[in-house]
Design a protein around this ligand. Structure first.
Ligand SMILES: Cc1cc2nc3c(=O)[nH]c(=O)nc-3n(C[C@H](O)[C@H](O)[C@H](O)COP(=O)(O)OP(=O)(O)OC[C@H]3O[C@@H](n4cnc5c(N)ncnc54)[C@H](O)[C@@H]3O)c2cc1C
Length: 378
């Protein structure tokens, strides 16, 4: 499969680029941050995402979506990253929809119409620690009557306080570390015993710590099969990791473009600083690294869309490479802006903050590099 966008994908990129840069550039994030926006994103913008058709990219045509793939979702995510646009697109329309696609028709019929119209936001209640460790899920779901009773705590649930429903990973059997015995549930925000505590992250987004105190769900809240939730979780993680890698590439590219612009206009010692070869070497190195990261992400998305079994390792390669490279892009950005890079008036610092939070989302570069090494027997 060629490593470039086809004609339809290039058209999608054009419309996503124009729409997102026009409606929600970095000044949009700055305004939300300054007003201490409760949700960390605008619901009106989420409706506009729906009008553009973006929310249905990974929903099949049979379910009234566009029936497109991870490459197309990644095109939108790269533009979201480039503009630091706060949006539930990654959690809801990419990771959440991928989990529901692996579940039954009844749940798709219940949740997809709201996602398609931009009325529904999903939160992913997966993490239980400060670092991403999905193999250590321990939260309990005990059988109770016709359904299950959930008890435990989840953390770093992005948009969790404003989500209409949560996708919750819990144990119906076994213990932390077992791949068997996981079950994923849809839990509505109004469920008795569910409480959320909002926390603002470094990038001004809002996550929640969620407590489940005897939360009762019916058997039809199960996504996929009881005790066999690993498959659903894998679909969610693959989509979320490839998607966050695509968004990271956008963040890195946005930081790089802003820095290169600055080098072309800032004068020092009577010259544009971009004329100094030392800075040219640094920017060309960064450009090459960004291209490698973008290629790794596209390969992972293509393998996911093909259902290729090599997708799992490539998704981790992509998240690791995008994480390292975007880290480099934002550090170089702040360095090459000099002292002003540290000030709030300039936008480059917002890129550094988003990079930190997005790197942690679904596993940082060290986590994924380690995962790739283990998969290859190291
Ligand atoms: C938290 C903080 C603490 C600081 N503390 C101190 C301090 O204690 N003492 C002090 O003196 N300063 C201090 N500074 C200022 C800081 O060192 C300067 O902002 C920095 O030296 C960049 O200079 P500038 O503002 O002129 O940047 P710019 O001239 O805008 O430079 C932008 C970029 O170009 C690079 N550059 C500039 N000229 C050249 C050149 N000729 N060749 C190659 N590259 C070049 C710079 O290194 C920088 O990466 C501090 C800054 C911050 C943010």
């Amino acid at each position: 499969m060629p490593m470039y966008l086809n004609e339809d994908q290039a058209m999608l990129q054009d419309s996503a680029r124009e729409f997102i840069a026009g409606e929600a550039p970095v000044s949009h994030l700055r305004a939300l941050r300054d007003e201490n926006c409760k949700d960390g994103f605008r619901h009106a913008l989420w409706k506009q995402f729906a009008e553009m058709g973006f929310t249905g990219i990974l929903i099949s045509e049979e379910d009234d979506g566009l029936g497109l793939g991870h490459v197309e979702a990644g095109i939108v995510l790269e533009e979201i990253g480039r503009n630091l646009t706060p949006s539930p697109f990654l959690t809801t329309s990419v990771a959440g929809v991928s989990a529901l696609n692996a579940g039954g028709k009844a749940l798709r019929e219940k949740y997809f119409p709201g996602i398609l119209s931009g009325d529904t936001v999903l939160g992913l209640a997966i993490e239980e620690r400060a670092k991403h460790r999905p193999d250590q899920i321990a939260m309990a779901a005990e059988r109770s009557g016709n359904g299950f009773k959930l008890n435990g705590k989840k953390t770093f649930v992005i948009h969790g306080a404003s989500a209409d429903a949560l996708i919750v990973a819990a144990r119906t059997a076994g213990s932390a570390g077992d791949s068997e015995g996981l079950t994923l549930f849809m839990v509505d925000k109004d469920a008795a015993g569910l409480s959320t505590e909002a926390t603002r992250l470094v990038d001004s987004s809002v996550a929640a710590a969620v407590t489940f105190d005897n939360v009762e769900v019916d058997a039809d809240a199960v996504i996929g099969e009881v005790d066999q939730g690993q498959d659903v979780l894998d679909a969610l993680l693959h989509a979320g990791r490839a998607g966050s890698a695509a968004e990271l590439v956008g963040v890195g590219s946005g930081a790089m473009d802003m820095t290169v612009d600055y080098l072309k206009q800032r004068k020092q010692f009577g010259k544009l600083i971009g004329e100094f070869q030392a800075l040219q070497h640094r920017t060309s190195h960064l450009y090459s690294e960004m291209e490698i990261a973008r290629a790794a992400v596209m390969k992972a998305q293509q393998l996911l869309d093909q259902g290729n079994e090599g997708a799992d390792v490539m998704v981790s390669v992509a998240k690791a490479k995008a994480g390292r490279t975007t880290g480099l892009a934002v550090r170089e950005g702040v360095q090459m802006h000099g002292g002003i890079g540290m000030t709030d008036e300039y936008d480059i610092g917002f890129y550094m903050k988003r990079d930190r939070a997005l790197n942690e989302f679904m596993g940082d570069a060290n986590y994924h590099a380690n995962r790739v090494a283990r998969m290859h027997g190291y």
